[in-house]
Design a protein around this ligand. Structure first.
Ligand SMILES: *Cc1c(COP(=O)(O)O)cnc(C)c1O
Length: 244
């Protein structure tokens, strides 16, 4: 049996992941065709939470380069097991300031910056480790007020966060990230991406990343202008119970 961290050699799993990756790419192509967009504008991020490092290796062998995780306790050892692969790690989960130094060690992008204290903690860690870190502001879309678990800064806090990120040495302001709220059609919720992205670009014009769209709503996200899709279950299958 293959252990996490060993080269991905399980042929059945490899075939399953190849098939899932193919079907996700077909969905992206169809969504782009419907929206009059070029699939080359989209970056697909494989969200590998609860899945072993061997799945990261298999997806890497299949051409995948961007990966995401939402918990540092799980992401740090997984990234270490894959340190020999030239892949880009995105941190997409809620982040405590005391975890910033650990996340900065492996992540190239932190997508979940939602408060000023986190800007400072990430800036300090990036400078100490001499790492360039791209940060996205996680914005709260309408409908999430009663759903604090999905997180994000309200629109009126976005300009101040953007100013702080643009001024923080060691950090690069890349754009925004959002998770669609539950109980609202994703297309309606994603309409909130446009003003949030405009507020960030007013501060930093090159901060054009819009990270939105998961397994269930990638089509709506592509229609709403997403540049980065964060896909977990459609690529990897149902999540395993958390063991770490
Ligand atoms: C888990 C997760 C995803 C992927 O969700 P799926 O529905 O499995 O595609 C995307 N973004 C964030 C922030 C996540 O935590």
């Amino acid at each position: 049996m293959s252990q996490p961290g060993e080269p991905g050699q399980d042929p059945a799993r490899r075939a399953e992941l190849a098939d899932r990756l193919h079907r996700v790419r077909e969905r992206i192509d169809a969504a782009c065709a419907a929206a009059g967009r070029d699939p080359a504008e989209l970056t697909l991020i494989a969200i590998t939470k609860t899945r072993p490092a061997s799945d990261v290796r298999l997806l890497y062998e299949l051409g995948q380069r961007d990966f995401g995780e939402n918990r540092d306790q799980e992401a740090a050892p997984k990234a270490a097991q894959c340190a020999d692969l030239p892949i880009t790690w995105h941190f997409v989960g809620q982040l405590q300031t005391n975890k910033a130094p650990s996340v900065v060690r492996y992540a190239a992008v932190v997508q979940s910056v939602d408060r000023l204290r986190l800007v400072r903690a990430l800036g300090t860690a990036a400078r100490r480790q001499e790492r360039a870190l791209t940060c996205l502001i996680q914005v709260r879309l309408t409908g999430t007020a009663d759903d604090p678990g999905r997180g994000g800064a309200p629109l009126d806090e976005v300009p101040a966060l953007a100013e702080a990120l643009a001024a923080e040495e060691g950090l690069v302001l890349g754009g925004i990230m959002a998770v669609a709220p539950l109980g609202v059609p994703a297309a309606d919720a994603f309409a909130g991406l446009t003003p949030a992205s405009a507020a960030v670009r007013a501060v930093w014009p090159s901060a054009t990343i819009i990270s939105a769209g998961m397994s269930g709503d990638l089509e709506e996200a592509v229609a709403a202008g997403a540049t980065h899709l964060r896909i977990g279950t459609a690529l990897l299958g149902d999540r395993r119970p958390t063991v770490m």
